[in-house]
Design a protein around this ligand. Structure first.
Ligand SMILES: N[C@@H](CCC(=O)N[C@@H](CSS)C(=O)NCC(=O)O)C(=O)O
Length: 386
């Protein structure tokens, strides 16, 4: 233990610890897990000692940026604490940030019997009531207020829709509950009526139809939707070379009401492939064909490149918080979603070296998609519109 130690229920807040202090936590046997809020591997990092003692260890760096502490990390921090057995040590350099994370967690989980007050107030009130250090640090106090505000918002309206006409494509409907503005990702021509009916049932106003890339196995429903709903605008990456109303660049945000998805370039299956990332509902990545569940998009046509795909997935998708859900454009085995952690650890292709990955991809031997000759030219002009 250090001078910064504070015990709250099943959580032990700690500051910087010398290796001997870490060891005493381990040898006393009173803790089951550890959450470190610093980047792993720094001076006196407890990671290896904790892991080699068989305790659960997680690391979610929670550091101040120019604009303050990031509210995007709130859900990853909560998920990380959810996943750890207790008692848990929550540590950073001075225990201040650890106390902020604990206040947020208790407020939003309301599960710790020793903290009844969590049911009554927002995170900052709880930090004050428990006299946690975070309540005296303005940047952490403002982080707690912002997080409480953001997390109080209703969840995103979300539907995963499957193409029952044969391509095993997933189309995603995302709606902002406050404004009812919505976007649709990767619609399929044959399923357009179903997709619009779902949006109408939920009283959503469809603003944009986005494609993750120029598909080769089905004709996009984008053109047909625009014909039925002329107010809807189509979007695709500029790098795709395909027609749309709005061309997207990496780093741009597509806004609908108070929500948005961020565009990340993930080429390799095609040159223009992108992944759309939402911070809502715990974090979601709509990966198109770049990353599939336990697989990935083929790289043998449409400017495909295994090396590029490998780099895209590692740099743009595996760098997301591990708790983010992965929603691919297809699944051929009835699975619905995965997580960044699952794919980072279990994907049989992308856990290999780049050289091994290239060899796997160069030898898939898949037949060409049945509709490729009709689909690619149609999708280059945003689908069928007549
Ligand atoms: N049999 C299907 C096409 C299956 C296929 O090739 N899927 C693509 C994504 S759509 S271009 C793919 O990348 N698959 C990777 C894999 O490992 O399966 C049809 O005829 O449409």
């Amino acid at each position: 233990m250090s001078a910064n130690q504070r015990v709250v229920g099943n959580f032990i807040l700690e500051g910087h610890l010398e290796p001997a202090q870490v060891q005493s936590y381990i040898s006393e046997g009173n803790v089951k897990s550890w959450l470190l809020l610093e980047p792993e591997g720094g001076a006196n990092c407890p990671a290896s000692a904790v892991k080699s003692a068989g305790l659960d260890f997680a690391c979610v760096p929670f550091v101040k940026k120019e604009s303050g502490f990031p509210t995007e990390s709130a859900r990853s921090l909560i998920s990380a604490l959810d996943a750890l057995p207790r008692p848990t040590v929550l540590s950073c350099s001075t225990a201040r940030r650890a106390s902020a994370v604990l206040a947020l967690y208790l407020t939003h989980r309301q599960s710790d019997a020793s903290c009844e007050i969590a049911r009554e107030g927002a995170a900052l009130s709880l930090a004050r009531a428990l006299d946690l250090k975070a309540s005296q640090e303005p940047s952490l106090a403002s982080w707690l207020e912002l997080c409480s505000k953001e997390m109080k918002r209703s969840d995103l309206i979300f539907r995963q829709l499957f193409d029952t006409s044969g391509s095993s494509t997933y189309t995603y409907l995302l709606g902002d509950p406050a404004s009812k503005d919505a976007i649709l990702i990767d619609p399929v021509l044959e399923m357009v009526e179903r997709d619009l009916a779902v949006a109408d049932d939920l009283a959503l106003k469809l603003k944009y139809v986005l494609n993750t890339h120029c598909h080769a196995d089905h004709i996009t429903g984008t053109g047909a939707i625009k014909k039925l709903r002329p107010e809807v605008k189509s979007m695709i990456s500029r790098a795709s070379g395909a027609n749309a109303d709005i061309y997207l660049l990496p780093g741009e945000k597509v806004c609908f009401g108070e929500r948005y998805v961020e565009v990340r370039a993930t080429p390799g299956h095609t040159d223009g492939c992108v992944t759309y990332v939402s911070q809502d509902n715990g974090g979601m990545a709509f990966t198109g064909d770049a990353l599939l569940i336990r697989g990935c998009g083929r790289t043998d046509f449409q400017q495909g490149s295994p090396e590029t795909l490998f780099d895209s997935v590692h740099s743009q998708i595996f760098s997301l918080p591990e708790t983010f859900r992965v929603y691919p454009a297809h699944d051929y085995k009835g699975r619905h979603h995965s997580t960044v952690l699952e794919e980072k650890t279990l994907n049989p292709r992308l856990t290999k070296t780049k050289e091994e990955f290239k060899s796997i991809m160069d030898n898939l031997g898949l037949p060409y998609p049945k509709k490729i000759d009709a689909a690619v030219p149609a999708n280059m002009v945003c689908g069928i519109q007549d």
